[in-house]
Design a binder for this molecule. Structure first.
Ligand code: AMP
Ligand code: MG
Length: 350
């Protein structure tokens, strides 16, 4: 989950005009236009709690009824996926896979197969920094109960974290977890996948201009009154401030941060992003924001880059077309790929 605040001003790119211009005039004019008399687009926005976070879908469209019905369909798709993919539901497919650990392959539907396949590709790409088998030891920690595991618990569990213990058979549509202790959790990729699927539903219904924001996992498509959609990167240590604002056009944007879910004990912050190499909270970063072609990839990479820290994260992102990262370390140093500049704008207003 990410604490990014969606920004929906209809402001132009910094290349088009400076921050002092009264650039939202156009937007308010369009918003005031009657839906009956004009084909001008208007914003239809619906939010809802889904996948354990607040979703917000906004569509810019001239036909409000069509927009509202497309948003309903997008939320239905998220509900459907949640039933299949939630680790917290006993009857979900992913829970079945976990129960079947060490007992051979299990038939699964195309969605779980797709998410797990993509997760394994991203594990390879990030040398295991992204690893859905982190969940093998994930239960040792609890932010809610402020639980810190013993050294012994970690030592017992750590050898069982290994994404190579997840075997996917595309032909048979099965997933097998090798070793009865292996567990998988898709908390770092499932929401991004849900956002992508919701975005697909909107596109399939002829909606081109929208933003799907799943608690900060965000897909921006098309435009808002002729201008790019905007999103803000939260300041990891100052909730009232933004670190930066970006403009997005047909891109996905996801942030991972150690301020999202954490507790403190003896002055140490224990948070929800686990370094699979140590089975402990990762320390190389305090926040990462990734921009990518799709939200599934951006979600997984934001978590992986968080674990890897600046040197490796920037090296990997540099080799991936369309991927940009902005990363903050514990001493508040900001590192970013050169291409990130193309998205950042000077104006930090929401
Ligand atoms: P995110 O907020 O997208 O960075 O995802 C964090 C969530 O992903 C955590 O709450 C865990 O469920 C899961 N997770 C934590 N560490 C990892 C990791 N190294 N690889 C994959 N998933 C992880
Ligand atoms: Mg993630």
């Amino acid at each position: 989950m990410a604490l990014i605040v969606l920004v929906v001003w209809a402001l132009g790119s910094s290349a088009c005009h400076g921050p002092d211009e009264p650039v939202d005039r156009e937007a308010s004019k369009a918003a005031q236009t009657s839906q009956h008399s004009s084909p001008q687009p208007q914003i239809v926005a619906v939010d809802a709690v889904k996948m354990g976070t607040r979703f917000d879908i906004q569509v810019a469209h001239h036909d409000q009824a069509a927009a509202a019905s497309a948003i309903d369909a997008a939320y239905e798709e998220i509900d459907r996926l949640e039933e299949l993919l939630s680790e917290w539901r006993e009857d979900s497919q992913i829970s079945e896979v976990n129960r079947q650990a060490g007992q051979g392959p299990l038939s699964v539907g195309p969605e779980l197969l797709e998410v797990v396949t993509r997760a394994l590709e991203l594990s390879q790409l990030t040398d295991g920094a992204f690893d859905i088998t982190f969940a093998t030891c994930g239960h040792l920690w609890s932010v809610g109960q402020q639980r810190i595991p013993s050294e012994q618990e970690i030592a017992d569990c750590l050898p069982h974290i290994d994404y190579r213990n997840v075997v996917v058979d595309q032909e048979e549509s099965t997933i097998e977890l090798i070793g009865e202790r292996t567990r998988i959790g898709i908390g770092a990729i499932g929401k991004g996948y849900g956002v992508d699927r919701a975005a697909q539903v909107l596109s399939d219904r002829g909606i081109d201009d929208f933003i799907v924001d799943g608690g900060g996992d965000l897909r921006a498509s098309g435009q808002r009154f002729g201008r790019p959609w905007r999103a803000a990167i939260a300041h990891p240590r100052s909730p009232d401030e933004f670190l930066a604002v970006v403009e997005l056009w047909d891109r996905s944007f996801v942030t991972s941060g150690d301020y999202e879910r954490y507790f403190e004990s003896d002055g140490v912050r224990y948070h929800h992003i686990i370094d699979p190499a140590t089975a402990r909270p990762a320390r190389a970063s305090i926040a990462t924001t990734v921009i990518a072609d799709d939200t599934t990839t951006a979600d997984a990479l934001s978590t992986a880059f968080f674990v890897l820290g600046p040197t490796e994260a920037l090296a990997i992102a540099g080799d991936l077309p369309g991927v940009e990262v902005l990363l903050v370390t514990a001493d508040m140093e900001v590192h970013q790929t050169p291409g990130m500049e193309n998205y950042l704008i000077d104006d930090r207003r929401r």
